[in-house]
Design a binder for this molecule. Structure first.
Ligand code: FAD
Length: 413
């Protein structure tokens, strides 16, 4: 069993696939070490396990909308694509989605996954309730209003506190989005006019090889007026983020309006297949560091070129979740889709980090990094509080793995 990219070995034993929460509780109670696997789209040790792996796609699918509370409660094994289609049919929406809707809500929120947009928070910030199975097989329920002391520590959890079985997410009325791309945008212009470019639509992403030009993807809500962008030129046809790749896997472009869940992700549900031919890394920096980070990466163009499929820049609104990489910081994110050659990619990741770390880079929990555990931990003001939470929920380390042991070793303060 391997992750989507094939770079993390998930062990030879087939995963357990419980058909009910009671069965899951028995599995957890009887296991010395256990870890949930979502859709396996992570690239880092966050997914590694030292014992039983549990996949939740056999639990009864639940999508319960509470119109008055403006929330939806979903079973944790569901993918965003399934939840979103159901919500849209009922006239509701989530505020944002990741680039690929095939990720499970539980796996994405556990790692601080995000989409893009100046006012858009990471996906975990929409979580207002969690049900999980704890280390003794007990059921635990946490809510934002009733558990204010721990809730903000329990959402971006890296799977350390238990196996999430249901999540309650904030929803809003459904909306339409039109996606259009601007090509031939000089990277230097985006660097100089960062707020103009990233403020030009509800959700904005910039793709570049960190040489001269960028392609800017604008996802505009049709119910909110937006002036015609004054940078670049309209793309003549649909494009894939990776230069020259077939755009058939991408969501509709060319300004054609459509439902939010079929435009906010870059890729169509199911279109990237069960296995991927790439590696990824990504860094969250304070938004104010964007010009300095652009300058640093433009200077690295020659080093990046041989192993980079494409780079992406996005913005994320801050939140209050202790382990969120956007914790207390409006952020700009620098993403790298690499070729799938770990030995050639790792030195380039180290070169990127040498330049971005002094600017306050927090690595994405689910993606590759050369940073050490203590280096990562130093970015999180509430790391000791999370460690305490972990010791309370899971004193025996049943849900631990190599990444958690590295970043949150026993006894660290
Ligand atoms: C093609 C592609 C596109 C991507 N796009 C984006 C993007 O736009 N933005 C972004 O930020 N990231 C992106 N990512 C990274 C991705 O969001 C993360 O890897 C995310 O964690 C994947 O979700 P998953 O369901 O595959 O979780 P997995 O990789 O299976 O698991 C991630 C973590 O969550 C834990 N977990 C899973 N389920 C549970 C549960 N029920 N209870 C407790 N813990 C659980 C796992 O143990 C693991 O620690 C992308 C990755 C790929 C391959």
């Amino acid at each position: 069993m391997r992750n989507w990219a094939g770079n993390v070995d998930l062990g030879a034993d087939p995963p357990a696939r419980p058909r009910s929460t009671d069965e899951l509780r028995r599995i957890v109670a009887d296991s010395a070490r256990v870890r949930a696997v979502g859709s396996g789209h992570s690239f880092s040790g966050v997914l590694s396990r030292g014992g039983t792996a549990v996949v939740l796609d056999g639990l009864p699918p639940v999508v319960e909308i509470d119109t008055a509370a403006r929330t939806v409660t979903v079973s944790a094994g569901l993918r965003y694509a399934d939840v979103a289609a159901h919500l849209h049919r009922a006239g509701h929406a989530l505020a944002n989605l990741p680039s690929l809707p095939d990720l499970t809500a539980a796996g994405a929120c556990a790692t601080g996954t995000h989409g893009s947009g100046d006012g858009r928070r990471g996906l975990a910030a929409a979580v207002c309730g969690l049900q999980l199975v704890g280390a003794q097989g007990e059921s635990v329920e946490l809510r934002r209003e009733t558990d204010p002391g721990v809730f903000a520590g329990a959402v971006v959890s890296l799977g350390a506190l238990g196996i999430v079985t249901r999540m309650t997410l904030e929803i809003e009325p459904s909306f339409e989005v039109a996606q259009s791309l601007r090509t031939a945008v000089p990277v230097a212009e985006v660097q100089d006019r960062f707020d103009d470019v990233f403020g030009a639509a509800y959700s904005v992403s910039m793709f570049t090889m960190w040489t001269d030009d960028a392609v800017v993807w604008l996802k505009r809500r049709t119910d909110r007026p937006a002036p015609e962008p004054d940078f670049g030129v309209p793309a003549p046809g649909p494009l894939h983020p990776v230069p020259g790749a077939d755009p058939a896997s991408c969501t509709p472009q060319l300004g054609e309006p459509g439902p939010w869940h079929e435009r906010l992700p870059h890729f169509r549900a199911g279109a990237t297949g069960p296995a991927g031919d790439e590696l990824q890394s990504e860094y969250f920096l304070p938004r104010a560091a964007a010009p300095a980070a652009f300058a640093a990466l433009r200077g690295l163009g020659g080093t990046l070129g041989p192993v980079l499929q494409v780079g992406e820049v996005r913005t994320v609104h801050h939140d209050d979740l202790w382990l969120s990489p956007a914790y207390e910081r409006d952020s700009v994110t620098f993403h790298f889709t690499w070729i799938r050659d770990t030995a050639r990619v790792l030195p380039v990741i180290a070169a990127v980090e040498e330049r971005l770390a002094p600017l306050g880079a927090r690595p994405h929990w689910a993606k590759l990094t050369a940073m050490t555990g203590p280096g990562i931990r130093s970015h999180y003001r509430r790391a000791a509080d999370f460690q305490e939470l972990r010791a309370t929920f899971d004193p025996g380390g049943k849900f631990s793995n190599a990444l958690l042991d590295d970043v949150f070793p026993a006894g660290a303060r």
